[in-house]
Design a protein around this ligand. Structure first.
Ligand SMILES: [Zn+2]
Length: 627
């Protein structure tokens, strides 16, 4: 049961008592690994302690496996008898009025998952990332070391030094279901974060420092290295010139800083921090021998492509802004762009843009970035791309800007294919290099450290063999924020209780562990009856909506099937011998003699869901389909 929030509950006639009982039914669950909800104690600067509720990760896995055969089977298949890697993520979230100047009800959310889980599962909101705790920022601020101390505490909960406690690496978790058991073990895999969060977690100086990158030893900002120098400017496109920071080099610096603190003169100590690109926060992970050896920064830093590219001052936000200004200078007003944008068909699972998005969000000054959420930027990039193909390129204008934008589109397209991106790495690297060089030449005022960090995003995808980004865990904030909007005290506790309720309900539903699911079912069209009713088969079920490993696809959405551009028509579930097979009925678009695509379609064909790509935005101009 998905529990409605207070206002909807009232509308649905659910009494407060019933809702409370449902919401708190997991509160007292206890397992061989302790209580499901564990209370942690943090001490503030005045020595006062305050309590934070957390979801005990060992108890969570043990509990869901014991109560659900589907969860047990899934965990056993995906995680048992492997050297798993745990991924962590934290972010500050502001519920209610985001412009409120004080911390208000701002909170820090901490989630974790396994890199070994399939990417479609990790992308599913509410099941693939597990909450650990929510802490109100006003409490974090009172703890010496702030988020640096909180993140160290998180690591200590999963990998404690105390040999008598459970530890993911040493003891693992034994999951059991009706007499069968499996062991799940894992080491610290990575911390997924943007540069702002990394600054706190790793104790590094961040983008405004002389040394802005914790993954590189010789990359500097603000100073201009001379030719032949060991130092390299953060804007440098040539990755071969970067000297890699290693676990050993970072550990050496941390140990040295710690030893010299209070020993050398304060001015000298400040210079040393600047030289190392680190801030000395005694409570941080890298200044503690145990957590440092568990975490192994910087090897386990996972640079997030969402933040570097499409969110909060990311490379693409600058590029879209500059591109729109270039169009404007050429007599194409932002109103023209919006009018075109309104004709583009945006699939239901993409973020829609407002009717005046480009007029409202473009900053009409060079060197500024477009304002928008990451999901809006993905749509904006797709629409500007279609505009280029349909209008700008045929007119032969702005060839260099168009080429640079083509690189950006290709990079974003590849990153959006989840783990398929691994097959596109050589092409992606080539695009990245040509994009960087052109971007730097065309938009010198927009070259920020994120252009550098983005290179590390690709390194991380390759190194961890996993296309992780903040999109999935950030989507979780939506529900946590809604809860926060209706809670007035103990916000952290209220959010965790509700998130645990949702998580446990979903982890007990067998449908959570299959990638495909049909939307509302409809009467099977007659011509399809013959197609899907084999002799031994139960009747198939059809729907205009189907969830797949590539996301949700709706009827009339444009998708790739191999090298054919197709219109999705129906998703179909075919039960055969107790197993469900999912198929899609698609209508391929006709190809014009010029190689372009006509909006007319050929007769439908049936293909496996896996053969189908994710959805595309598209627009028909002069009898041709642009996408
Ligand atoms: Zn770097």
């Amino acid at each position: 049961m998905r529990l409605p929030l207070a206002p909807q509950a009232k509308a649905q006639g659910i009494t407060k008592r019933v809702a409370e009982r449902e919401l708190h039914k997991h509160d007292n669950i206890t397992t061989p690994y302790g209580d499901l909800i564990t209370v942690l104690e943090l001490t503030d600067e005045d020595g006062q302690t305050f309590k934070v509720n957390s979801l005990n990760p060992f108890a969570f896995l043990s509990h869901v496996a014991s109560v659900s055969v589907a969860a047990f089977g899934f965990l056993a298949q995906q995680l048992a008898n492997k050297d798993c890697r745990l991924a962590f993520y934290c972010d500050g979230v502001t519920p209610g009025n985001v412009l409120r100047p004080d911390l208000g009800r701002h909170f820090e959310a901490i989630y974790w998952t396994f890199l070994e889980l399939p990417s479609w599962f990790r992308s599913k909101v509410d099941v693939g990332w597990f909450p650990f705790c929510y802490i109100e920022s006003k409490f974090v601020k009172r703890v010496p070391g702030g988020m640096a101390a909180v993140t160290k505490m998180v690591v200590e909960q999963f990998f404690p030094q105390d040999e008598l406690r459970f530890n993911f690496q040493r003891t693992g978790v034994l999951i059991k279901h009706q007499g069968v058991s499996h062991l799940i073990r894992g080491s610290f895999g990575c911390w997924l974060a943007d540069e702002k969060a990394l600054k706190e977690i790793v104790s590094c100086k961040g983008s405004s420092g002389t040394k802005p990158c914790v993954s590189c030893l010789n990359v500097v900002n603000r100073t201009v290295p001379r030719a032949g120098d060991y130092l390299v400017h953060v804007s440098c496109p040539d990755q071969t010139l970067f000297a890699k920071q290693t676990v050993e080099s970072l550990t050496h610096m941390a140990v040295d800083l710690q030893a010299k603190h209070g020993v050398i003169a304060p001015g000298e100590f400040k210079s040393l921090q600047q030289l190392y690109g680190l801030s000395y926060i005694p409570e941080a992970i890298i200044f503690d021998a145990h957590t440092r050896s568990v975490v192994r920064f910087p090897d386990t830093v996972f640079w997030d492509w969402m933040h570097c590219l499409v969110a909060s001052g990311g490379v693409a936000q600058y590029q879209c802004n500059e591109f729109c200004l270039r169009l404007k200078a050429d007599g194409i007003s932002l109103k023209n762009v919006d009018e075109f944008a309104n004709k583009v068909t945006v699939p239901p699972c993409w973020q829609k843009l407002t009717k005046t998005f480009f007029q409202d969000r473009t900053v009409e000054k060079h060197g500024h970035h477009m304002r928008g959420f990451a999901s809006e930027m993905l749509t904006a990039i797709a629409i500007l791309g279609i505009f280029i193909d349909a209008v700008v390129r045929p007119a032969g204008n702005h060839a260099q800007h168009v080429a640079c934008f083509d690189d950006l589109r290709s990079i974003v397209f590849a990153l959006r294919t989840d783990d398929e991106v691994h097959t596109m790495m050589p092409e992606l690297r080539r695009r990245l290099e040509s994009h960087h060089i052109a971007f730097q030449r065309l938009y010198p005022r927009c070259v920020k450290p994120k252009l550098h960090y983005f290179k590390h995003c690709l390194d991380c995808i390759e190194k961890f063999k996993c296309n992780l980004s903040c999109f999935a865990p950030e989507r979780k904030h939506k529900s946590a924020k809604q809860t926060a909007n209706f809670s007035y005290n103990k916000i952290g506790q209220a959010m965790l209780t509700r998130e645990i309720h949702t998580l446990l309900e979903l982890w007990q539903a067998p449908t959570s562990f299959v990638p495909c699911k049909l939307g509302k079912s409809l009467k099977m069209p007659e011509w399809m009856e013959t197609l899907f009713h084999g002799a031994a088969q139960a009747p198939a079920e059809a729907s205009t909506t189907i969830s797949t490993t590539k996301g949700t696809v709706n009827a009339n959405d444009l998708v790739w099937v191999g090298t054919s551009l197709c219109k999705m028509q129906l998703g179909v579930r075919v039960p055969v011998g107790g197993t469900d097979y999912f198929k899609v009925v698609v209508a391929p678009l006709k190809r014009l003699p010029t190689g372009e695509w006509s909006p007319e379609v050929d007769g439908p064909v049936v293909v496996d869901t896996d053969a189908m790509s994710g959805t595309l935005c598209h627009c028909v101009v002069n009898g041709k389909v642009f996408f």
